[in-house]
Structure formats: structure tokens, C-alpha cells
Design a protein around this ligand. Structure first.
Ligand SMILES: Nc1nc2c(ncn2[C@@H]2O[C@H](COP(=O)(O)OP(=O)(O)O)[C@@H](O)[C@H]2O)c(=O)[nH]1
Ligand SMILES: [Mg+2]
Length: 216
């Protein structure tokens, strides 16, 4: 019954959704993610006891919510320790501990990034259009302004205009760029860039990638 209802309302909504702006669609998408995450969380926190099933299901929910494998395992280790320490018996009591722990993990202080401490390489990955090139360009400008020697590598050799787009950012930031012809092996661009970075005593090498989905 419920599924039929959802299907119907979805169809009714579709023409309206097309007219929505970018941020409205983004907000709607995030709301959906949050709602389903909340529902899953409610489920696991209403388990009768804290046992292996509870931890396993919670682990799955966190990973599915893109918390990341390493962060998830740290969060669960912390939770296990606190449950033991505070003699917690009911899953419902774990909710606040979990929220606090995730909050703590997200706090970044001034030296959150290792690349701010010594010579570093940062590679930008992620699916098409998420803002890799734009973020790279802005960071190049920011770290150049802070007095660092920055070099950019155009390892997105997949898309025709990618290198030109990056060149604009490099010029804007006033930093040098290593690139190759369209269709060149991205690995060779990275190799050349690392070599150049060493030779030129670069503080920060920023590598732009195509970040393409595997099936595209
Ligand atoms: N609103 C908004 N748009 C962005 C942001 N970052 C990138 N864009 C835009 O998103 C599009 C794709 O960005 P781009 O950096 O080329 O993504 P890439 O494919 O990951 O390299 C461009 O039109 C950018 O102007 C951002 O922080 N906010
Ligand atoms: Mg790009």
C-alpha cells in the first residue's frame, strides 16, 4: 500500500521538480538522505540490547551514509569503549554519545591538514562536476598568497577543455602548471609534475584529475 502511494506522489511531483532551482534540488536530495538515515538510526537505536547485531547494523548504516570506513571504525571503537566504561545497557542511550563523537571528529583546528606543515601533494578526486578544478584553483590562490610555492598538475587529460580551464586558474593565482596533450596518460602528467615539484622545491603540488565515473 505504502509503496503504491509513494509511486503516485512521485509521478505527480516530477513535473514540478524540473522547475526547481539547483539549491532546491540539492536541498531536496539532502533532505531525502537525512530522512532515510534518521529512519535507519531510529531503527537501530530501538534494538532491545547492545550486542554484535547492534554494532554490525550501526556500522552498515554509517558506511552507507558515507561516513567512511576509517571514521566509522573509529566511531564504533569509541562507542564500544564508552558503553563499557559507563556501563550502558540500552541502545537508545548510545544515540547522544554517537552524535557527540561524530561532532568531535568533524571539528578541524588550524592545522587540520598535513599539507600545511611540509612539502605536500594533494590530488583532487570525485565525480564529474563536483568542483574539483574550482576548489583547486581557489586553494592555489590562497596558498600562493600565504607565501607557499604552489604548482598545479593538469592530470584531467580526458576532457578537451579541462587543461584550458585549469590554465585560467593557474594564471589567476599566478602559479605554474604542468600539462600534457588531451588524451595523454594522466599518470605521465603526475610523474612529470612530481619531478618538477622536487626540482623546483615546491611546497604544494595540486593535482587535478578527471575524476570520471568508471562507466563513463
Ligand atoms: N555554486 C557553486 N558552484 C560551484 C562550486 N564549485 C564549483 N562550482 C561550479 O560547478 C561546475 C563544475 O565545477 P568544476 O570545478 O569544473 O568541477 P570538476 O568537474 O569537479 O572539476 C562549474 O560550473 C563551477 O563553476 C561551488 O562551491 N559553488
Ligand atoms: Mg575539472
Amino acid at each position: 500500500m505504502e509503496e503504491e502511494y509513494t509511486e503516485e506522489t512521485k509521478e505527480e511531483k516530477e513535473p514540478k521538480e524540473k522547475k526547481k532551482g539547483f539549491f532546491q534540488r540539492l536541498f531536496a536530495g539532502l533532505t531525502k538522505t537525512r530522512d532515510s538515515l534518521n529512519a535507519d538510526m531510529d531503527g537501530v537505536f530501538s534494538y532491545a540490547r547492545i550486542d554484535d547485531d547492534f554494532y554490525e547494523d550501526l556500522e552498515e548504516i554509517l558506511i552507507m551514509a558515507d561516513i567512511g570506513v576509517q571514521a566509522t571504525s573509529e566511531i564504533l571503537d569509541n562507542l564500544r569503549a564508552q558503553v563499557k566504561q559507563q556501563h550502558i545497557k540500552r541502545p537508545s542511550e548510545c544515540r547522544e554519545l554517537l552524535v557527540q563523537d561524530i561532532r568531535d571528529q568533524m571539528t578541524v583546528d588550524e592545522n587540520a591538514y598535513d599539507f600545511e606543515k611540509g612539502p605536500s601533494i594533494v590530488m583532487f578526486i570525485g565525480v564529474n562536476g563536483v568542483g574539483k578544478t574550482t576548489s583547486l584553483g581557489k586553494l592555489a590562490g590562497r596558498y600562493k598568497e600565504e607565501g607557499k610555492k604552489v604548482l598545479i598538475a593538469a592530470a584531467d587529460t580526458f576532457r578537451a577543455a579541462a587543461t584550458e580551464q585549469l590554465q585560467v586558474w593557474a594564471d589567476r593565482a599566478g602559479v605554474e602548471m604542468i600539462s600534457a596533450k588531451e588524451g595523454a596518460d594522466p599518470g605521465s602528467v603526475v610523474f612529470d609534475a612530481v619531478k618538477a615539484a622536487k626540482a623546483r622545491h615546491i611546497d604544494l603540488l595540486l593535482i587535478d584529475t578527471a575524476g570520471r565515473l568508471h562507466n563513463k
